[in-house]
Design a protein around this ligand. Sequence first.
Ligand code: FAD
Length: 472
Amino acid sequence: MSQALVYFRNDLRLHDNPALSAALSQADEVLLLYCIDPRQFAELEVGFKKTGVHRARFLLESLEDLNEQCQQLGGQLLVRQGLPEEVIPKLVAQYKLNEVHLLSEVTEEETQVEQAIEQQLKGTNCQPYFHWGLTLYHPDDLPFEPSDTPEAFKAFRNEGTKKASVRDEFPTPKTISWVANVEPTFIPTLSELGFTQHLNEESNYPGGESAGLARLQHYLFDSELLTRYKWTRNQSLGMDYSSKFSPWLALGCLSPRRIYYEVKRYEQQITRNISTYWLIFEMLWRDYFKFLGLKYGNKIFWKKGIYDKSVEWSYDRSTFDRWCQGKTGIPFVDAHMQELNQTGFMSNRGRVNVSTFLTRDLEIDWTWGASYFESLLIDYDVTSNWINWYFQAVVWRYTHILWQSTHYDPKGEYIRKWLPQLAKLPEELIPITFLLTEEEQRQNNFKLGQDYPEPLMIPNKWNRMLKRMGRQ
Ligand code: FAD
């Protein structure tokens, strides 16, 4: 009789799960485990937790959901707090397990855990098996080694994904034979993990596979929002302008292949247009960053980054704190930071703008911004986050925040939602609150510096546009 342990990482799902499928086909009985690793909750050098409260909530909800699904199949998800490289060998010895199955990750902290587990199991009767399951395309199916991943996204698509196919999904298990007599699971609460912040509102982003699959069904077949995705994806207000799949993708509650095949079904049953194409196109960015992560390893975290660019960064803590708190005095930036702080999510448009403002205008070290996002984002994905930050900070063209604000939020609706103190201003003044004359402030019963912060800076790059607006 062989018994296997499946160690869940960023694959918190039963559908299309390579590690789980392999264990079920190779072993007679399985034990499913998630480790809450204390290193993931440690304080970062920049002064906040590596995993903040929103992401922690999303994780705990995902564990609850996976456990419930296991219970429906007559078992449970064993959740342990501790280092996986210590917890796993103990369980292996305790339950006389013969195999451990887990997903391979990309970056150092995670791959070190893999090496440590492998090391710990040496000399035992237990064999570790590593599986790939993070991307839409399997690395073995692309015509280049990960170390030769093309530098440009366009080349990655043309020379890579266009020449490969997406593999079939692994089946969702209908029955599971469980290792017997395992102690009952214990999933901690936020306060038991040391969070004191009270989150009373129900989140729009409940964690877990069930919620992820429900969101997929909603965005595609129930609402048919996908049909308009190409034209709405750059907005920021509400739940429907983009798919919002990222939080579930990040923890693996949704498999990228499941999304892909559902979009294909949508194309057959509802419509096939530029939007259906574009959603998959956007998901390729996620793959591209994972492959760049495989290529560059730890360099993705370095200040000089993957292209070794030296920049004189500022380390002005009070400026950085005002950016974090959404108190820069630039409404489009602050509204997005308020949304992030209150929900753990921000649109792609927002991320592009706030990262540009921090790094290109305020010239603060981009790694501080990336760390803040790491702590806050419920969809934190190590490669998408760090490489996007680096590209925004030193590789891609400057994003003109004032232009973006008037273009993507012309009536200031998004800003009003997250900065209600600006709601009393006429809509044309909302994006340029920082320029209000004494007279305009008096007329609108509004005091800059009191009702809303004075701007940290007004970039010179905005002068031309301000002139055109008659503001200079
Ligand atoms: P949709 O527009 O519906 O796109 C569908 C999917 O495509 C997304 O869920 C995501 O998986 C993928 N995708 C889309 N755009 C990108 C992109 N630019 N890079 C990588 N994947 C993309 N995304 C994360 O998933 N995790 C992060 O930690 C993260 N950090 C970011 C940091 C910065 C500074 C920037 C500029 C972008 C970051 N992104 C990150 C990318 C992007 O902002 C989010 O993927 C997107 O906003 C998620 O919303 P959505 O699921 O509705 O996206």
